[in-house]
Write a protein that binds this ligand. Structure first.
Ligand code: ACO
Length: 183
């Protein structure tokens, strides 16, 4: 069997082990360890305490493979003129051995679905290091467009420049069948 077929078969078989969950006070420390393993940037205590609080919780999801935490998407609500707001994706990450199984896609799709249900949301946006072409390509697949380059956005990593990516309504809704398994 060609390697491509092996890969897609493994990806298909892997799906039944993938489940999603919500960030709570109880598991937020696990998320901190996951992000430390994935990102070159260290996030502070406020980053984590805010994630487990409503309404931000609706835009932050954990991904499990066989009950082990392997990925997460973390967002922040940015209030604009009431009741409008923007949503900022602070991080999306999957541990390297679990990449290319569709976990990142499902994490992002759940946020896009939550955005579709929110008429006051103006836009969804994020920064990516200019050298992170994989992540830029990943977001473009979901209708994000690139914006300006922010010079020296990062303080402790090379290159320090970030590119802005953003997406506006309409956001895609997941049908009941498309919604992934959750705890
Ligand atoms: N190279 C090229 N294309 C890629 C890659 C890659 N390394 N990774 C994902 N893609 C594209 C592919 O088109 C892929 O579809 P395919 O596998 O059918 O070809 C598609 O994105 C979806 O891939 P998924 O399997 O759903 O994504 P994955 O679970 O691998 O997660 C993620 C993608 C989150 C970007 C992962 O690679 C990661 O954790 N990277 C390190 C952390 C990171 O850079 N995060 C983004 C920083 S920006 C921010 O956090 C705001």
């Amino acid at each position: 069997m060609p390697a491509d077929d092996d890969e897609s078969e493994w990806r298909q078989r892997a799906q039944k082990y993938i489940k999603f969950g919500t960030v709570t006070d109880k598991n937020v420390d696990q998320l901190r360890k996951l992000n430390l393993a994935i990102f070159p940037v260290r996030y502070n205590d406020k980053f984590y305490s805010d994630l487990a609080a409503a309404p931000t919780q609706a835009y932050t999801h954990l991904a499990y493979f066989n009950d082990i935490l392997v990925g997460a998407i973390c967002c922040r609500i940015e209030p604009q003129e009431h009741p409008a707001f923007k949503l900022y994706i602070m991080t999306i990450g999957v541990l390297a051995p679990y990449r290319r199984l569709g976990i990142g896609t499902q994490l992002l799709q759940q946020v896009l679905h939550a955005c579709a249900l929110e008429p006051n949301l103006q836009e969804l946006y994020l920064h990516v290091q200019t050298s992170n072409q994989d992540a830029i390509d990943f977001y473009k697949r979901f209708g994000f467009t690139t914006g300006e380059v922010v010079k020296d956005y990062y303080k402790r990593i090379e290159p320090p420049d970030a590119i802005l990516l953003h997406r506006v309504a309409p956001f895609p809704v997941l049908s009941k069948e498309e919604q992934p398994a959750r705890y």
